[in-house]
Design a protein around this ligand. Structure first.
Ligand code: SF4
Length: 378
């Protein structure tokens, strides 16, 4: 078979064709600086074609209601056991206080996720506890968008209470959850998952839960934890699965879909030692993250139009660079970020709106506040 060049692959992508996994891997394996610049340029052009030049951001607050977790993911510096000195579990009054403060700071979204705490129950059941978390926020602030509970948390609730995923998702939606974070995806490859998150849901279950959310009317985001033990082939398989999931949602006219894709480069500094040593560095390699960002824009094509870098993982300067590698969104203000910061990330724990706007304007691109689902605010 004749060798297909990077430029030929990029020409296919710019013509609107879906790339094969082999073509995606060829892009990720590019090492020639000129070829990498062509990949960056193609991603930037596709971004311009698909969503224009405006860079969006959302005013949101993270609330991680507990760091007590039954699992032991090998990249996680956040989890604690019950009773450990720095374990915490917010009560409902604290959650309401943080939400009230977020609203006063013009947040349109609360992003809420937590550890898998087996003791977080009301009358012996998990779901009522999670419903009370939702009610704590939505009763007081019905218009606030609640972006909450990962596919792993959905599985946890279902397992604790003997419910189906659809039962749990339907109940969360009816109580006021507006969308699900597409976290816990890590790398959608079971060989990788057996090493970095052996207790987590497997690839098929992650896809099943996210697909069920779409079918039941909840949008989700999508993510990849990159830059640890995974290969380019496994990264492309991950992107292929996301692309297929989105195609299914759109072809079947599901009321929900994937709104965005976020690359989350692995931060090893405070991660548990075995994985940190295996990976052999503390901070992400920016060049690798940028190339993956560009290839994700190219490979996901028209199916997933919004791409966001993580300023928490890359720092604001790195995230701003990613806006020239296919991204069109700079994420949220977060107000308090714990999970990656506890892993040793350099990006900080919160961002002021003016800081995000200044970063966007430094590229001479227009900025716009968005809501969680990429609609206009006001
Ligand atoms: S990544 Fe999530 S599920 Fe895994 S140990 Fe950390 S808090 Fe628990």
């Amino acid at each position: 078979m004749p060798t297909v060049t990077v430029d030929q692959i990029l020409a296919q992508a710019l013509a609107g064709e879906d790339l094969s996994p082999e073509a995606g891997v060829a892009l990720l394996r590019a090492r020639d600086p000129e070829a990498i610049e062509h990949i960056r340029d193609a991603a930037d052009r596709l971004r311009h074609q698909q969503v224009g030049d405006t860079v969006t951001y959302v005013i949101n607050r993270n609330i991680n209601f507990t760091n007590i977790c039954e699992q032991h993911c090998s990249f996680c510096a956040f989890r604690r056991d019950t009773g450990e000195a720095d374990s915490y579990w917010l009560d409902f009054a604290q959650i309401l206080e943080k939400t009230t403060d977020a609203v006063q700071r013009e947040a349109t979204e609360i992003c809420m996720q937590g550890g898998l705490h087996p003791g977080a129950k009301i009358q012996g059941a998990s779901l009522p506890y999670y419903l009370k978390l939702i009610a704590t926020i939505k009763t007081e602030f019905p218009h606030l968008h609640l972006h909450a509970f990962s596919p792993q948390e959905v599985e946890f609730i279902a397992r604790q209470d003997g419910l189906s995923y659809a039962d749990v998702i339907g109940a969360l939606r009816d109580a006021g959850v507006g969308s699900l974070p597409g976290t816990a995806a890590e790398v959608l490859d079971d060989a990788v998952r057996r090493i970095i998150c052996p207790e987590k849901i497997n690839t098929a279950t992650w896809l099943e839960i996210v697909g069920t959310a779409h079918r039941l009317g909840l949008c989700t985001t999508s993510t990849m934890l990159s830059g640890h033990i995974e290969t380019p082939e496994q990264q492309i398989q991950h992107l292929s699965l996301l692309r297929s999931l989105q195609q299914t949602a759109l072809e079947r006219n599901y009321p929900g879909r994937i709104t965005e894709f976020i690359v989350l480069p692995f931060v090893g500094q405070e991660a548990p030692k075995p994985l940190r040593h295996r990976v052999g560095r503390d901070q992400p390699i920016l060049a690798d993250a940028l190339l993956l960002t560009a290839v994700a824009r190219i490979f996901l094509g028209r199916w997933i139009p919004n791409h966001q870098p993580s300023w928490v993982k890359l720092g604001l300067a790195g995230a701003t660079m990613a806006l020239n590698w296919g991204c069109n969104d700079l994420g949220g203000t977060l107000m308090e970020e714990h999970i990656t910061t506890m892993a040793g990330a350099i990006g900080g724990t919160c961002m002021e709106v003016a800081t995000l706007q200044a970063a966007i304007r430094s590229l001479n691109r227009p900025d716009r506040q968005r809501d969680t689902l990429y609609g206009k605010v006001r």
